[in-house]
Design a protein around this ligand. Structure first.
Ligand code: ADP
Ligand code: UDP
Length: 236
């Protein structure tokens, strides 16, 4: 049962439930980019994020990745385990695009093999700056071993998700993960995995099937999110 609103972010509401260690994530019909500087209501978006993320988390659960996901409740809500979020955005990159091209001058579409893992400090006031492992342990109350564990899990998730998306003609270019500590202190995958947090390119055309269409104003967000959901629906 849904109880008080604990937090409202840019894309979701987080509610307490009647069980102390369970939360409801309710996805909003809101698209934001550039740390909230670009913002728009898009009716139907929350449903896509919720359904896509639930499918991806269910797949990762089946592959024994520890995560917060419990179950889908309805089109826009899911039940998750309550965690203390570790304030890191863990970005995995298979191909160069976006901020790494701007910041470091890599040529667009450079392949990273092995995949790159980057840590950003999740702090809106500081605009989520990129940090190194030592900064991460100092800023997020984690040990060196825990940072290694998080980076290892991120790479393992990448190795599972590349073929998962590839089978439906989607190239996993890069994505962002968040991890939290559950009630027993265990580090688990949290938050969402969706076209808001991943770059997906069509394998044939390299066209974007993710939030870049909104960031760059190059396409219709609902149609590309629908396309991702349809393709994932084809997987047995
Ligand atoms: P933001 O805060 O970045 O604007 P959202 O609108 O997506 O993001 O808000 C969802 C918030 O819920 C995020 O701060 C995210 O870290 C947090 N969150 C996600 N999963 C969990 C969880 N299992 N336990 C606690 N907090 C969570
Ligand atoms: N990303 C995210 N939330 C953020 C920043 C990045 O989900 O606050 C995702 C983004 O969708 C992309 C990957 O992380 O899949 C890498 O993003 P990048 O650093 O290139 O930043 P951007 O170019 O999106 O600003």
């Amino acid at each position: 049962m849904k109880k008080e609103l604990l937090y409202q972010g840019k894309a979701k509401y987080v509610y307490q439930t009647d069980k102390p260690n369970q939360l409801i994530l309710a996805y909003k019909d809101q698209a934001t980019a550039f740390n909230g500087k670009k913002k728009e209501t898009i009716i139907g978006k929350g449903r896509f994020n919720n359904l896509i993320s639930a499918k991806v988390f269910q797949f990762l659960h089946d592959k024994k990745i520890p995560s917060h996901f419990i179950e889908l409740i309805n089109d826009t809500e899911q039940l998750v385990e309550k965690t203390m979020i570790i304030p890191l955005e863990v970005v995995v990159r298979n191909l160069a695009t976006g901020s790494i091209v701007k910041r470091l001058g890599f040529e667009e579409k450079t392949t990273f093999a092995p995949a790159l893992v980057e840590l950003y400090y999740k702090n809106d006031d500081l605009d989520d700056p990129i940090i190194n492992d030592q900064h991460a342990t100092l800023l997020t109350n984690t040990t060196e071993e825990e940072i290694e564990l998080i980076k290892g899990l991120a790479l393992k998730i990448n190795q599972l998700l590349i073929p998962y998306f590839e089978q439906v003609g989607v190239k996993l270019v890069d994505f962002k993960l968040e991890f939290g500590r559950n009630q027993s202190g265990k580090i688990v995958l949290a938050d969402e995995i969706s076209p808001d947090t991943c770059r997906f390119w069509d394998v044939e055309t390299n066209s974007s099937l993710d939030k870049d269409v909104f960031r760059q104003g190059t396409g219709d967000l609902l149609s590309v999110y629908q396309e991702i959901l349809n393709r994932l629906g084809e997987i047995k």
